[in-house]
Ligand binder design. Structure first.
Ligand code: FES
Ligand SMILES: [Fe+2]
Length: 477
């Protein structure tokens, strides 16, 4: 990749082309649980902007600039009162919309406050995550709705949200999520756990329709065939592992279907009935948060269990991993020889964290050697670079879902299962149709994705050109 393209695709601060592209989409800015305190005020940093998110007495959320308009004091430490956030320096009060409601140190007849505003952004709260729209909308223009993805359509009790900090650029965090081969190595466990004890854990279940633990399949079949296709929301990625060892005759194939959702999200299976949609939102160019929404098709999520599993590995209030660069991830060489590929314990989030932080703060993509297993990454970078150019030229990215919540669901629908070899599309459609029919909330949605992304033929796969360091030079039409 050219250095100039690497900069273009990784930098998202105000005024950058990548930042303008990102600002066409809703960004997760906080977990709703971060506001569950007697002073609901948090200071998110998003796309290089320092903001304050607060909930006033009547429940309205405000997402505003962190600096007071008067002389720049830090509103994150302001007084939450009188319907807004009041600066502790001279008492100026700001409402959730950024308007100045009071300037108590000014003369009684002062009209100053009617001329003062701080930057504020539209906010939505959905299924445990607070979203902000940081784009330029212009006076009186409403932001688009959140896209009609399953994770937003599901009732709140069928979802669970969590987040985690990564000490590197957001693109590294996304790219590990669209790389189906790494799971056979980075996440390898030498022993399989009882899959009955897998609730809430990634790669610890049995694949749909079988007793085979995912860990065994990933370990024994390290060369997946990867197919990818562009879709209206991003990309569908299919990893096929034909099962022909240990007495299996190759007539069945492990099928894992995941998705890239623009600009920085993925949707992947956790189990047969639970999906994870995860966004990788830049804090700034050197760090990011992943925000995950777990969505269950069949029953309400046991949030207490899932939260407890995840709280173990982080510190609050920043959701920073306990294992990190500073303590060498508590790497254990004995464990690496005998139990796991990484020597970092069982939490796959930590494995991914070490992989992506190990690439450096902003990975230098001018020096990499892309291989065939990187084809989804190659496709993503091409699509993203083109989208950035489109926005720079005043256009709208192709991969922008503008739905309101009542149109058909776009899924996207992931899968981890074992079906007849050579028939992954039919197998995907039929197993997904059964699961959705049985779902208390998804059965009513028109599931356009049961047979593939709406409007995108399954044959629209990427040509296999990724085994070349010039993968970007061969420009896409
Ligand atoms: S700096 Fe905020 S009121 Fe003066
Ligand atoms: Fe991973």
């Amino acid at each position: 990749m050219r250095a100039e393209d690497n900069r273009k695709i990784t930098e998202t601060g105000p005024g950058t082309p990548g930042g303008a592209w990102m600002r066409r989409y809703w960004q997760p800015v906080a977990l709703a649980e971060e506001l569950d305190t007697d002073r609901p005020v948090v200071p998110p940093r998003v796309l290089g902007e320092d903001l304050v998110l607060f909930r006033n007495e009547d429940g309205t959320l405000g997402l505003v600039d962190r600096r007071c308009a008067h002389r720049g004091a830090d509103l994150a430490l302001g007084r939450l009162e009188d319907g807004g956030l009041r600066c502790y320096f001279h008492g100026w009060l700001y409402g959730p919309g950024g308007d100045c409601l009071d300037t108590p140190a000014e003369p009684e007849d002062s009209r100053l406050r009617s001329k003062v505003r701080i930057r504020s952004y539209p906010v939505r709260e959905r299924n445990g995550i607070v979203w902000g729209f940081l784009g330029d909308l212009g006076e009186g223009v409403a932001p688009p709705e959140l896209p009609s993805l399953d994770c937003f359509a599901a009732p709140e009790e069928y979802t669970f949200a969590f987040k985690g900090y990564l000490d590197c650029n957001w693109l590294q965090a996304l790219e590990v999520g669209i790389d189906p081969a790494h799971a056979s190595y980075l996440h390898r466990f030498e022993r399989d756990e009882d899959t009955g004890d897998s609730y809430g854990k990634q790669f610890r279940n049995a694949s749909l329709g079988t007793d085979l633990p995912m860990t065994k399949i990933l370990r024994e079949y390290g060369r997946p065939e990867i197919l990818n296709a562009r879709t209206e929301y991003g990309q569908r990625i299919v990893a096929l592992r034909r099962l022909d060892k240990d007495g299996m005759d190759g007539s069945s194939t492990h099928v894992r279907i995941t998705h890239q959702v623009f600009p920085h999200g993925i949707t992947i299976p956790l189990s047969a009935t639970m999906a994870i949609t995860q966004w990788h939102v830049p804090i700034d160019d050197l760090s990011c948060y992943w925000y995950a929404m777990f969505t269950s098709l069949d029953e309400p999520v046991d949030r207490a269990t899932m939260r407890a599993q995840r709280l173990d590995g982080i510190t609050l209030p920043d959701y920073k991993p306990v294992r990190n660069r500073a303590n060498n991830y508590r790497f254990d060489p004995h464990e690496q020889r005998t139990q796991t590929y990484t020597g970092l314990g069982p939490d796959i989030n930590v494995h991914d964290q070490m992989a992506v932080e190990g690439q450096g703060y902003i990975y230098d993509r001018t020096r990499e050697k892309l291989s065939r297993s990187d084809r989804a990454i190659v496709t993503y970078r091409r699509m993203a670079l083109r989208a950035i150019d489109t926005v720079a030229e005043g256009g709208s990215p192709d991969e922008l879902l503008r739905d309101t919540a009542d149109v058909e669901s776009r899924g996207p629908i992931p899968l981890d299962g074992i079906g007849p070899t050579g028939e992954w599309e039919r197998y995907w459609a039929s197993s997904v149709a059964d699961l959705r029919k049985a779902s208390p909330w998804a059965s009513g949605l028109r599931a356009a994705l049961a047979t593939g992304p709406a409007g995108v033929p399954g044959s629209d796969v990427e040509p296999d050109r990724s085994e070349s360091t010039d993968a970007y030079a061969s420009s896409e039409s």
